[in-house]
Design a protein around this ligand. Sequence first.
Ligand SMILES: NC(=O)C1=CN([C@@H]2O[C@H](COP(=O)(O)OP(=O)(O)OC[C@H]3O[C@@H](n4cnc5c(N)ncnc54)[C@H](OP(=O)(O)O)[C@@H]3O)[C@@H](O)[C@H]2O)[C@@H](O)CC1
Ligand SMILES: Nc1ncnc2c1ncn2[C@@H]1O[C@H](COP(=O)(O)OP(=O)(O)O)[C@@H](O)[C@H]1O
Ligand SMILES: [K+]
Length: 546
Amino acid sequence: MIRAHTAADVRTAEEPLLAAGEPLMDRAAFALATHVAAELRERGHRIPGSVILLLVGGGNNGGDALFAGSHLARRGCQVHAAVLAEHPHAAGLAAARAAGVRVHELAGAPDLNDAVTALARRAGVWVDALTGIGARAPLREPLAGLVTALAAERAASPDEPVVVAVDVPSGIGVDDGAVPGPVLPADVTVTMGAAKPGLLLPPAAALAGRVEVVDVGLEGGLAGQAPAVCRLSATDVADLWPLPGPADHKYTRGVLGVVAGSQTYPGAAVLAVAGAVRTGLGMVRYHGPEIPTSLVHARHPEVVTAPGRVQAWAIGCGIDPDDAARAQEMERGFAAGLAARVPVVLDAGGLSLVHDDAHADLPATVVLTPHAGELALLLTARGEDTTREDVDAAPARHARLAAEVTGATVLLKGPTTVVAAPDGPLYAQADATPWLATAGAGDVLAGVLGALLAGYGDALAVYAEGRLAGVPASLAAAAAYVHGRAARLAAGQGTPPRPRDVIFSVRRASHGEDDISRHTTTGQGGPISALDVAVALPAAVAGLLR
Ligand SMILES: NC(=O)C1=CN([C@@H]2O[C@H](COP(=O)(O)OP(=O)(O)OC[C@H]3O[C@@H](n4cnc5c(N)ncnc54)[C@H](OP(=O)(O)O)[C@@H]3O)[C@@H](O)[C@H]2O)[C@@H](O)CC1
Ligand SMILES: Nc1ncnc2c1ncn2[C@@H]1O[C@H](COP(=O)(O)OP(=O)(O)O)[C@@H](O)[C@H]1O
Ligand SMILES: [K+]
C-alpha cells in the first residue's frame, strides 16, 4: 500500500531526525541523483557528457537538487543550475560549484524565461526543484510564467526532455492534489520520506508521472501518524478478499439483492448482475420487471428472483427515478437494507434516494458511487451548490464533503477513483485504463462492490457499533482496484502498476543501483465493452489471489 502523509506530518517526523543530525538531505540528494542517472540509462544515454538542467528555488527543495547535481557532475554530467531565488540553499550551492556545476544566477533577471529556456533546450533532463512541501500553491510570478514557458518549450521540442520533479511537481497542492496554477508535468517524481497526498489525488496526480518513494529514514516517525491518502496494491486487496472455505455454502458466502435495470435501460441489470456474479458470491436475488429479468436469466440462469434475506444491496443502475414503479422498488430495497443494517450500494438513479435529507446520518456501510456529474447533483440537492467542473477541480474535497453531509461512504468514479468516508483516510485508486470510460462500466462496478460487501456477510452489519471502522471505504477501494484490473486485462494491458511503500532505499542503493525496482509497463491496449470487463473479472480476482 502507498500511504501518503501531509506536509505537516512529514515535517513532524523529520524534526527529531534533523535535530539529531541525521543527514536527510544527503540521502534525498543521493537518491535523486541515482534516479536521474537511471532515467538516462533507461533511455540509452551515457551518463558522462549528458546535459542536465536544475531548476533551483530558494528552499531545501532546491538544496536537494544542488547536492544531487554535484553527484551527477562528479559522474561526468554537464550540469547547469538555473538559480531562481536570491538566497538559494548555501551549502548546496557551494557543493555544486565545487563539483563543477555551472551556476546561472537568474533571480530578478529581466529576460528570465528566455535565459532559462535557452539552457533547457540543450538539456536532456530537467530537474524541477522550484518548490516542495514548504510552498503554498499556486506558484507566484515570475516562477509561474517560467513554468508556463518551459511546459510550452517541452511540448514543442522534438526530443522531449525527461522531467524529474523533486518531492512534488512544483505548484501542485501538496496536501489536496489541487492544480491552481501552472505546473511542469513530470515523467518521474522522486519523493522524500513518504508519498504526499497530491501525488495520489486527482487532478495533480496526473502531473507527477511515476512516483518513486525514497526511504530517507522517516518511516519510524511516520508509523504513528495516520496516512491522509492510501492506495491499495494487489497484496492489500488480496488480504481483504473473502475466500470461500471448505465449510462454506451459498448463504455463508453472501447474497446480494440487486435492484437495477428497467424497461428503458434493461442492459444495466445484466451488467450489474454480471459484475456481482463474476466477482464471486453465494447468490444474487434480482428484483426487476419482465424485460430486464429475462435478459438477466438469459445470461445468468443462476440468478434468483424470489425475495429473501440478503447480506448487501446494490440499487439504482439503469433506473430513472421518475419511473414510479422502479423508484418504489428502490425505496423498498434501501429501507430493507437500512433496517437489516446490511451494506447498500447506491448507484446512478439510486443516488436520488439520498437527494433529500430524509436519510440524514446514514451509516458508512451505505456506499454511494457517483461520477462527477452525479456528485455535483447530489451536493446541490443537499444545499451545497456544486458544478461538475467544481468536482473535477477538487474530487477528493467534494467526495469528503458528500460523505460528511450524508454519513455514507462515497466512491467517486473517474480516471482516478477516490473513496471518502466521513473520517479516516481517503483512498485514491488509479488501476484502470482510459478504455474503461465506456457506457455501462459503472454498472459493473456497482455489482463488483455489492458482491464484495455481501461477501463480508453479516460482519458488516455490526459496523454501526464501530467495530469495523474504515472497512467499507477499504472495500470500496478494493472493488475499484479489481474493476480496474479487469479492465486492463480485457484491454490487453496486463495488471496495474505495483505501488510500493518504499520503492527505493538509499541504504540498499549504496551497494548498487541495480536494486531499484521498476513498474512493469504495458502497451496501449485496445477497446473494451462493459461486458468485457465483467467477463475478465474471474481472471482478475484469480491473478490477485495467486
Ligand atoms: N521530508 C524529508 O524527509 C526531506 C525533505 N527535504 C526537502 O525539503 C523540501 C522542503 O523544503 P523547505 O521547507 O525549505 O521548502 P521548499 O519546498 O523548498 O519551499 C520554500 C521555497 O519556495 C518559495 N515559495 C513558497 N511558496 C511559493 C510560491 N507559491 N511560489 C513561488 N515560490 C514559493 C519560498 O520562497 P519565500 O516564500 O520564502 O519567498 C522558498 O524559497 C522538501 O520538499 C524536500 O524536497 C530534504 O531536503 C530532506 C529530507
Ligand atoms: N479516463 C478514465 N480512465 C480510467 N477509468 C475511467 C476513466 N473514465 C472513467 N473511468 C471509469 O469508468 C467507469 C465509468 O462509470 P460510469 O461513469 O458510471 O459509467 P456508466 O454510468 O455508463 O456505467 C468508472 O468506473 C470510472 O472510474
Ligand atoms: K519540486
